[in-house]
Design a binder for this molecule. Sequence first.
Ligand SMILES: [Zn+2]
Length: 285
Amino acid sequence: MQPLIQPALRLSFIWLWLAAFGWLQPGAAEPLATVRPQAWERYAVAAPLNPMRLPAIAIVIDDVGVNVRQVEATLALPAQITIAVLPYAPNAAQLAREARARGHEVMLHLPMQPLGAENPGPHALTVSLSPAEFDRRLAWNLAQLDGYVGVNNHMGSRLTSDRPAMTKLLDELRRRGLLFLDSRTGPRSVGTEISRSKGVPNLQRDIFLDHVITPENIRRQLQLTEVVARRNGFAIAIGHPHPATLAALNRWALDLEARGFKLAPLSAMLNPERPLRSAALGSVR
Ligand SMILES: [Zn+2]
C-alpha cells in the first residue's frame, strides 16, 4: 500500500467512528464536542442554501427602534436582512423578539462616543467613564434585548479608536460569545485588530447605503455593494430605516438572485466554509 494512502485511510476510519456516535455534523470538519455553541451561533439565522455559490451580501439596518413609525416597514423587509436594534429604543426587547419571529437575524446597536458633538444617546460608552461606570453602561446596554448574534457600533468614531475601551468591550463580547461588526464610522478604529487578537468573531462594514438619503445615491451604493461582493465573494452594507432606503432595498432584493447574488444574514459572513467566498476568490485569482 502507498505510504500516503494509509494515514488518509486511518483518518477516514476515525471520521466514520466519530460520525457514528453523532459527534460530527454532516460535512463538518471538526468534532462538535470541542466547540460549545456560542451565543452568536445559537441565535444565528440559518444561511440560505447556495448551490450556485453566488457571492453573498449581508444588509444590516441599524438605528432601528427610535423612529417608531418606521419599525413596521423595517420588519417587513426581506427576512434575510439583519436588524440592529438600539438598546435605548422604547420596547427594544419586544422589537428584537418580533424581528426574530419574522425571520430576521438581530444585532445590538451599541451607542458609543463619536469624535464630533453629535449625541450618541443615553447610556453611551465614552472614553472618560470610570471603569465601574463603563462596565455598568455596557451591562445595561447588553441587557436591553435578547437573542442577538452580536454588536455593532452606533456612531463611535472616538470610542472605537480607544484601545483600553475597545479591549474592555471586546473582552466582554468574547465572554458572552457575541460577534463584533465594526461599523467603521472612523478611520482609526482598532475594533478589528483587537477582535482578531482576542479571537472575537468579527466583521467589517464595507458600504454605507444612505449617508446621502436620495434614491439615486442609495441605488448607487447598492451597486457598489454588488461590486465588492463580486470582488471579495461577500459584502456587508449598513443602511438606516429611512423610507427611501427601505423602498430601494425592497426593489433591489426582488431580482438580486437573477443578477447573481445571494442575500444572507450577517452571521453567514463568518462561516469559515463560506462557499460563496472561495468560489469568488477562485474566479478572481
Ligand atoms: Zn447608528
